[in-house]
Design a protein around this ligand. Structure first.
Ligand code: BES
Ligand code: ZN
Length: 986
């Protein structure tokens, strides 16, 4: 349906003025309307300005200047000796309230001591309802708003605190429930704490409602947070602008003053003023539209949205745009729509189909209906994250939602399905039930990261999502969590930048992995009952992890399975790291022992690690029937179990479903390697992947000799499954990167080529039909060109030239390989043509591939120029900077240039990327293959001087990675080279 049908839906109705700050005159200062509004909102009247002649004015001016001069002299000299300004005494803290940072000395904007010393708001404030009227002006970039917040306090107080960031507050008005005005004695703003302190003359009494009216001004931000502007080019080649919001975690306060903490839930009644060429969307459906052109500016309309349910501030959202939409209904009749720029709306069908099915799946799986009447998904041309779960109005970066079946690769389609399922899982886990504070962000992100796989697995069965789960979640989380610079799943965080730093693989992927492990322990049915119970009891409320554990324990007890879930799960969420399980066998007896997985280097500032143990659900399969799983608990540091003599081999951690690694004694490794080499299919694909992942990692940290993983690899000649291959290639890619300037690289490259050749020959470039086969083919072809296999390179460059010249389209699954190989082995004119194609493309998945491919150039001049493009927003959108820099850093000649570029442009990158947390991944990409002491000290020296704010964890992780690389090279480089030389023909 064309967008204007929504946009011009005018309804002229009277507003509900009860308790409401609903006058719009302030938006233009329109006199007549002010007059009309005067009776309703007397406080907002402009002061009456008296008129006088110019002569009178000059006399008045002279008198004023002379008297102020006189007064200042009196103040300066006539103060009695010993007289001091009264000492500022901050108001008493509410009972039982602890200051988190008592020593901090925060200042107000006028340089005085700010009375409240805590980054958290006082515990006694409870908002009930926000009425917000806001006008994002897409022409002037101004943001204007007025609002009324109804709240109460739980103890008597004479001050309240709320959040505000980069807003100018023009007026406050506080009224009690009878409408009587309460005087605000003073107000202070503290920029550092992003807070406003309002002190009243009299007291506010507990459990009585008050309404705080505020008028404010701001700007549409330059970053991709708060209320910001995005743009696209339409079919007539005209630039069209849109306003978008992104509030998580702490940017709602940049759109309107509010109590911006996730547990301070309230209802929101939102009105948006916008031009008639646009329409507005918000969390709830449109209630009515008023023509406010007469009072404000011609062509302006005001959309009033239905009141929301009880929700957190970070989930509020609105969009003002002129997009098109397509709509569908879930089986229960909830309206689901996807919005995109009109030229791209044909790419929205896949998303709409997935979204509708996923909604049905969740409603059924959770047993709790989606509580809103509609769900909108919007493709936003400029978007910082991948997507954001605003309740009822989910926003996505284009490449995370738009699919052209003719042009988008299998891998990208799967990514789109996953992102959609992730954000829709949040509609329950995060939106309906919300973590009490950000320290348990994992209750949002870990859950959504687990459920996204379950949902896609259920709606598209043949994609084999649960095998891919271990590849994407468990393995990546284990890799990060082994660092001494990791953190527990539940982690104490206070200020906004600390909060942002935990949107990482620990909260997401470790969170998801421990849920997967727990589901395995309890069984899907009990787990599901626990979820339903948790959602039902906590809907519209906030929770801590214990609430969830309790619901699972109850569900287990009801099925006569008495598991005290909290005791088990606390060991996984409260401490960082994970166990390494040692396995040895004495005939019938198998000894199991746990230790914390060792990190090679510990940051000298870190306290000694506790001697941790975990409650580990140990599983295994045996040679007798490898499809039958056995389970036992490892609760203390060790346990034994018995196996019959007839068991020849056994593999622990079946399907890598547990969050731990396994170190076998030598003879057991040998048996498992033997199985892989002789009859690999007797183990499941996930088990094969898990053996490779453990063996390589254990070698990396110096526990296992490099010959074990290398010998295992030989079985890959027979492997045809995507998951083990992807696991192996990830590790090989790592080795190749850190060996890129070393002697042993030659041997490794030759060895990898040998391993790949059989599967490369078999799969070749022919189009595949099965989903997982397509994923495998892409993995193998990409490895083949990267490792320099001549036939692969020549085929890819041939296809590239065909595409470049005759515009022959390439099959979507081959594009990434063809474009990047074409650029890698091409010249400047190839690069320039590809850049031009990038400018012309309307397919976001294609744009992403082209952006990545352009980073593969080998000519340093081209690479440097491309890096510099990232500082020019007309060339590279800021949302894409990371993709570009990452891709250049992946490429050998680009790697050194990237680090140089990051250093030279540190401050600029900090600004465009919006802080250290956003450039953390860039730093990581630029430094992750460094492997010498010289580089280490150079990076350390740079960070010791650079402004890193609260970004220490990310930088420490980068430094630790370099140290690990140095360690591995010293210990294993020669062994690897020698083993390859003596065991293969390389
Ligand atoms: N809630 C997040 C969005 C977000 C990320 C807000 C970081 C603030 C900081 C959203 O649900 C999310 O996790 N998005 C992911 C995509 C997802 C499929 C992993 C993202 O943005 O990468
Ligand atoms: Zn999420």
């Amino acid at each position: 349906m064309p967008s204007s049908a929504v946009g011009n839906n005018r309804v002229y109705q009277d507003q509900d003025h009860e308790n409401e700050v609903d006058d719009v005159a302030f938006l233009t200062g329109d006199r007549e309307h002010q007059q009309a509004a005067a009776n309703r909102a007397a406080t907002y009247e402009k002061p009456i300005i008296a008129s006088c002649t110019p002569k009178q004015a000059i006399i008045v001016l002279i008198v004023v200047i002379a008297s102020s001069f006189l007064i200042s002299i009196i103040i300066a000299f006539a103060r009695p000796i010993g007289c001091q300004y009264p000492e500022f005494i901050p108001p008493p803290l509410p009972k039982g309230y602890r200051l988190r940072k008592p020593s901090a000395n925060y200042l107000t904007t006028t340089g005085e001591a700010y009375p409240w010393k805590d980054i958290r708001l006082p515990k006694f404030i409870r908002p009930l309802k926000y009425r917000i009227q806001i006008r994002p002006n897409l022409t002037t970039r101004a943001l204007k708003g007025q609002m009324g917040i109804t709240f109460y306090v739980t103890e008597e107080t004479n001050f309240i605190i709320l959040h505000s960031r980069n807003l100018t507050i023009n007026e406050y008005l506080l009224r009690d429930v009878r409408g009587k005005e309460l005087t605000i004695r003073r107000s202070h703003e503290c920029i550092e704490l992003q807070q406003i302190y309002l002190e009243t003359r009299g007291s506010l009494f507990p459990y009585q409602n008050y309404t705080l009216g505020i008028r404010f001004d701001g700007n549409l931000t330059e970053s991709l947070e708060g209320v910001y502007m995005s743009k696209y080019t339409n079919s007539k080649n005209r630039t069209r602008f849109l306003a978008v919001t992104h509030f998580e975690p702490t940017y709602a306060r940049a759109a309107f003053p509010c109590f911006d903490e996730p547990h301070l839930k309230a209802k929101f009644k939102i009105s948006i003023i916008r031009h008639r060429d646009h329409f507005a969307l918000s969390n709830m459906p449109l209630e009515k539209t008023e023509d406010v052109g007469f009072f404000l500016e011609r062509g302006l309309l005001q959309d009033h949205f239905q009141e929301t349910v009880q929700m957190s501030t970070y989930l509020v959202a609105f969009v003002v745009c002129d997009f098109s939409k397509i709509t569908n209904k879930t089986s229960r009749g909830v309206s689901v729509s996807v919005y995109a720029p009109p030229d791209q709306i044909t790419q929205a069908s896949f998303a709409l189909d997935v979204a509708t099915k996923v909604m049905d799946f969740y409603e059924d799986f959770f047993g709790v209906p989606y509580p809103l009447p509609k769900l909108d998904l919007v493709a936003v041309p400029d978007f910082g994250a991948g997507a954001m779960e605003n309740w009822g109005l989910v926003t996505y970066r284009e490449a995370a939602i738009l699919v052209d079946p003719e042009q988008t690769s299998t891998k990208s389609q799967q990514y789109v399905a996953i992102v959609i399922a992730h954000e829709l899982a949040h509609q329950w886990f995060g939106n309906l039930v919300t973590m009490d504070w950000w320290n348990e962000l994992w209750l949002n992100e870990g859950f959504a990261s687990f459920l996204e796989y379950k949902a896609v697995n259920s709606i598209i069965g043949n994609w084999r999502m649960m095998d891919q789960f271990i590849l994407e979640k468990t393995q990546t989380a284990l890799a990060l969590d082994e660092l001494s610079t990791s953190h527990p799943v539940s982690v104490s965080v206070d200020d906004p930048s600390e909060i942002e730093s935990i949107f990482d693989a620990i909260s997401y992927n470790k969170g998801a992995s421990i849920l997967y492990m727990l589901e395995g322990v309890l069984g899907e049915e009990i787990f599901k009952q626990g979820l339903t119970n948790y959602l039902e009891t906590n809907k519209y409320l906030n929770t801590v992890s214990d609430n969830f554990w309790e619901c699972l324990s109850i569900a287990a007890r009801n099925s006569s399975n008495d598991v005290h879930v909290k005791t088990i799960m606390d060991t996984w969420t409260q401490q960082m790291g994970f166990p390494l399980i040692y396995i040895s066998r004495d005939e019938k007896i198998v000894h199991v022992k746990q230790e914390m997985f060792p990190s090679i280097f510990r940051n000298s500032n870190d306290p000694e690690r506790p001697n941790s143990t975990w409650k580990v659900p140990v599983s295994f399969v045996t040679s007798i029937d490898p499809t039958r799983e056995f389970h036992l608990w490892l609760n203390g540091s060790s346990v034994d179990f018995e196996v019959p003599d007839s068991v020849v081999w056994f593999k622990m951690n079946s399907k890598q479903s547990g969050f731990y690694r396994v170190m076998y004694e030598e003879s057991l490794w040998a048996q498992l390697t033997d199985i892989l080499l002789k009859n690999h299919t007797s183990l499941s694909a996930a088990d094969r992947a898990s053996l490779l992942d453990d063996a390589f990692t254990l070698n990396r940290v110096g526990i296992l000799n490099v010959s074990t993983p290398l010998l295992m690899l030989k079985y890959l000649e027979k492997e045809r499954d995507h998951v083990p291959w992807a696991t192996a290639l990830r590790h090989l890619n790592y080795l190749q990167q850190i060996l890129s300037l070393r002697k042993a690289k030659e041997n490794l490259v030759c060895f990898i080529q040998k391993l790949i050749t059989p599967v490369y020959n078999e799969l070749g470039w022919k189009l595949r039909t099965k989903h997982v086969e397509k994923l495998l083919q892409e993995e193998i072809l990409s490895a083949a060109v990267k490792i320099g296999m001549v036939p692969a390179i020549s085929q890819a460059t041939k296809l590239f030239q065909q595409w470049r010249g005759a515009k022959t389209p390439i099959s979507p699954d081959l594009r990434e390989i063809v474009y990047s190989t074409g650029i890698r082995y091409g010249d400047k004119s190839d690069w320039d043509t590809t850049w031009k194609k990038l400018q012309e493309s309307k397919i976001s998945s294609e744009k992403r591939l082209l952006l990545k491919a352009l980073g593969s150039a080998m000519d340093p001049w081209l690479i440097q120029r491309y890096l510099e493009f990232t500082l020019d927003q007309n060339k590279i959108r800021s949302q894409d900077i990371r993709t570009v820099v990452d891709s250049v850093a992946q490429n050998s000649p680009g790697n050194l240039l990237t680090w140089r570029f990051v250093k030279l442009n540190w401050n600029k990158l900090l600004n465009v990327e919006g802080g250290i947390h956003s450039i953390g991944p860039i730093v990581n990409a630029a430094t992750s293959r460094m492997a010498t002491n010289l580089e280490l000290s150079e990076v350390e020296a740079f960070f010791s001087k650079a402004d890193v704010g609260h970004g220490h964890r990310l930088l420490d992780q980068s430094l630790e990675t370099i140290r690990n690389n140095i360690f591995w090279l010293e210990k294993s480089e020669d062994l690897l080279g020698n083993w390859i030389k003596s065991n293969t023909m390389c």
